[in-house]
Design a protein around this ligand. Structure first.
Ligand code: FES
Length: 196
């Protein structure tokens, strides 16, 4: 995040900052803080709470969270930037995380990655033009005996102001044919259009 920009946001729009976190988020953060002697120990989990409610973590949300938790903005920003599962821009309701760890590399994950990028017409870290699917490779997913693998995560918002519910599915022993079927199922008609 641009810390200077966030700081300016604090100065220029305090009202927006006050409403950047919902009551549900604040309640969950309060509960979380009870388990830590120092607020700085709870930063990753607090960022995850914000992401669970908002889908991603904006500069404004970081600034509001820093103020709410009374931790330095720069500290929170560096944690959010370091942790690759905290999203700093909007992502799709479906996240595809192909593994790029060494076992998966030895068993062809580059081909899998290429096929995903071609079918979805995005590069790693990108989101499809309809905003539905984000592709983001990750290091070892802990299932090396089933390589190559990918993690498919779908988020669903049940209540308009509540947290999102996520379902995770690990797809194992992948090959390009399996990937084609997966993407057809997820994104079928759009993929067919893109092909023609
Ligand atoms: S390297 Fe891919 S699961 Fe371990």
């Amino acid at each position: 995040m641009n810390v200077e920009k966030a700081t300016n946001n604090i100065q220029t729009d305090r009202r927006q900052l006050l409403t950047a976190l919902s009551d549900g988020e604040k309640n969950e953060i309060d509960l979380l803080l009870q388990h830590y002697p120092r607020a700085s120990g709870a930063t990753i989990d607090a960022l995850k709470i914000v992401q669970q409610y908002q889908g991603w973590v904006s500069d404004m949300a970081i600034a509001a969270l820093a103020q709410y938790m009374r931790v330095p903005l720069a500290e929170l920003d560096s944690v959010a930037t370091f942790y690759n599962l905290i999203f700093r821009r909007p992502v799709g309701a479906t996240l595809i995380h192909p593994c790029n760890g060494i076992s998966c590399q030895l068993l062809g994950c580059k081909k899998i990655q290429r096929q995903l990028e071609t079918q979805l017409q995005i590069s790693d870290g990108g989101t499809t033009t309809d905003g539905q699917i984000t592709l983001l490779s990750l290091p070892c997913l802990g299932a090396c005996d089933k390589a190559p693998v990918l993690l498919l995560r779908k988020s669903l918002r049940v209540e308009s102001t509540g947290p999102m519910h996520c379902s995770d599915q690990l797809l194992e022993n992948l090959n390009t044919r399996k990937i084609e079927l997966v993407i057809n199922k997820l994104w079928g008609r759009r993929y067919e259009r893109a092909r023609s």
